[in-house]
Ligand binder design. Structure first.
Ligand code: DOR
Ligand code: ZN
Length: 343
C-alpha cells in the first residue's frame, strides 16, 4: 500500500548551528518543503540581520539539489523594539516571532520576563500581521511541571487573546486537553502545532521501568487522557491543528547524564511516524490536511505543489546518527516504523 500527499512542511523545527546543521537538515529536507526554524541559538537570533546570516548557514549546509526553504523566526527578548518588528516584516524572510518565557526551556535564559512590557511591540505585530509563536509554559518554581501549560493558558494566553484579538498566534507543541479546548475556542487567530512524541507517547513511556531521557522534552509528556485529546485534535480535520515536530537534537552525552536536557529528535522519521499515528486512528485520509494544507493556510503562504509518497513497509530506526562531532539518539531508536518514504 502507498499514500501520496502534497509535500508537507514542518511548522516548528530546531536545526542548531555550525556543523550540527549539516547532520540534521538533510533528514528534514528529504521529507518537508519548508520549516519554521526556531531561533534559540546561543546567542539567540534577535534581529533580522542575524536571521539572514543564519538562513545562509542553513542553505549552505543543505545537500546538493535539495529543494528546501527555511522560514526564519526572531527570538523575543525584553528589548525587542517595534522598529525591529517592522524590519522583520519587510524582509519577507521572517515568518514569526518566538516568545519563550525566560527560563522555560533549552536556551531560553534571554527570554521574556514580563509580557506586559512588550505590549507596544505586540501592537505592532498585530498591525503588521506577524505571528507570535508561543512556548506556553509558566516558569514559576511553585507551579508543578505537569501543570505549567494549563496555568500559562489562564495567566497569559487568555489576556493576550483578549488584548490582541487580531494577532495571529501559534500555540506551539500543545500537550494538554486544556490547550486543545483553548485553541478551539479561539479558532481564526490561534493555531497550534502538535509533535510526534506527544501523539505517540504519554509520561509512562518516560518513567515506567526506569528514567528514559530520550522521551524528555518540554513541555513534558503528560498523562494518557491528554495524549488521547491530542490524537483526537490532530486527526479531527480541523484546520487550526497542524504539523510541527519540534525536532530538537542534542548530543547523546547531554541527554544520557545526571541532568539530561530537554528535546526529542524526530526529523529522521517524522512524516512516517505521523502516518503511523493517523493510520492507528483510522484517519489516514486526514493526514494531508494536518501535514500539508493547514500550516501554509494559517501562515498565509502558498501550499506546496509537489508530492511525497509513503509506502507501507517496515524499516528499523538506527541506534544513533552523526551529530556534528557527536551522536544523536533519535526517537524510536532501535525500533521499527511501518511507513517508509519512497525515494
Ligand atoms: O524539549 C525541548 N527542546 N523543548 C523546547 O522548547 C526547546 C527544545 C530545544 O531547543 O532543545
Ligand atoms: Zn521547540
Amino acid at each position: 500500500m502507498q499514500i501520496t500527499l502534497i509535500r508537507p512542511d514542518d511548522w516548528h523545527l530546531h536545526l542548531r548551528d555550525d556543523e550540527a546543521i549539516k547532520s540534521v537538515v538533510a533528514h528534514t529536507a528529504e521529507r518537508f518543503a519548508r520549516a519554521i526554524v526556531m531561533p534559540n541559538l546561543k546567542p539567540p537570533v534577535t534581529t533580522t540581520a542575524m536571521a539572514m546570516a543564519y538562513r545562509d548557514r542553513i542553505l549552505s549546509a543543505l545537500p546538493h539539489n535539495s529543494d528546501f526553504t527555511p522560514l526564519m523566526t526572531l527570538y523575543m527578548t525584553d528589548r525587542l523594539t517595534s522598529d525591529e518588528v517592522i524590519v522583520a516584516k519587510k524582509s519577507q524572510i521572517i515568518k514569526g516571532i518566538k516568545l519563550y518565557p525566560a527560563g522555560a526551556t533549552t536556551h531560553s535564559d534571554a527570554g521574556v520576563t514580563d509580557i506586559r512590557k512588550l505590549y507596544p511591540v505586540l501592537e505592532t505585530m498585530q498591525r503588521e500581521g506577524l505571528p507570535l509563536l508561543i512556548h506556553a509554559e509558566v516558569t514559576d518554581p511553585d507551579v508543578d511541571i505537569f501543570d505549567r501549560e494549563q496555568v500559562f493558558i489562564d495567566r497569559h494566553l487568555r489576556p493576550l487573546t483578549r488584548d490582541f484579538p487580531a494577532l495571529p498566534m501559534v500555540f506551539e507543541h500543545i500537550t494538554t486537553r486544556q490547550a486543545v479546548d483553548f485553541v478551539r475556542a479561539n479558532e481564526g487567530t490561534v493555531g497550534a502545532t502538535i509533535t510526534v512524541q506527544h501523539l505517540l507517547y504519554n509520561r509512562n513511556a518516560m518513567l515506567v521501568g526506569g528514567i528514559r531521557p530520550h522521551y524528555y522534552c518540554l513541555p513534558i509528556l503528560k498523562r494518557e487522557s491528554h495524549q488521547s485529546a491530542l490524537i483526537e485534535a490532530a486527526t479531527s480535520g480541523e484546520s487550526h491543528f497542524f504539523l510541527g515536530t519540534d525536532s530538537a537534537p542534542h548530543p547523546q552525552h547531554a541527554k544520557e547524564c545526571a541532568c539530561g536536557c530537554a528535546g526529542c529528535y524526530t526529523a529522521h522519521a517524522a512524516i512516517e511516524l505521523y502516518a503511523e499515528i493517523f493510520e492507528r486512528a483510522n484517519a489516514l485520509d486526514r493526514l494531508e490536511g494536518f501535514a500539508s494544507l493547514f500550516g501554509p493556510d494559517f501562515y498565509g503562504l502558498p501550499r506546496n505543489r509537489d508530492t511525497i509518497t509513503l509506502a507501507k513497509k517496515k524499516w528499523s530506526i538506527p541506534e544513533s546518527y552523526q551529530f556534528g562531532q557527536d551522536r544523536v539518539v533519535p526517537l524510536g531508536s532501535g525500533e521499527s516504523v511501518n511507513w517508509q518514504l519512497v525515494r
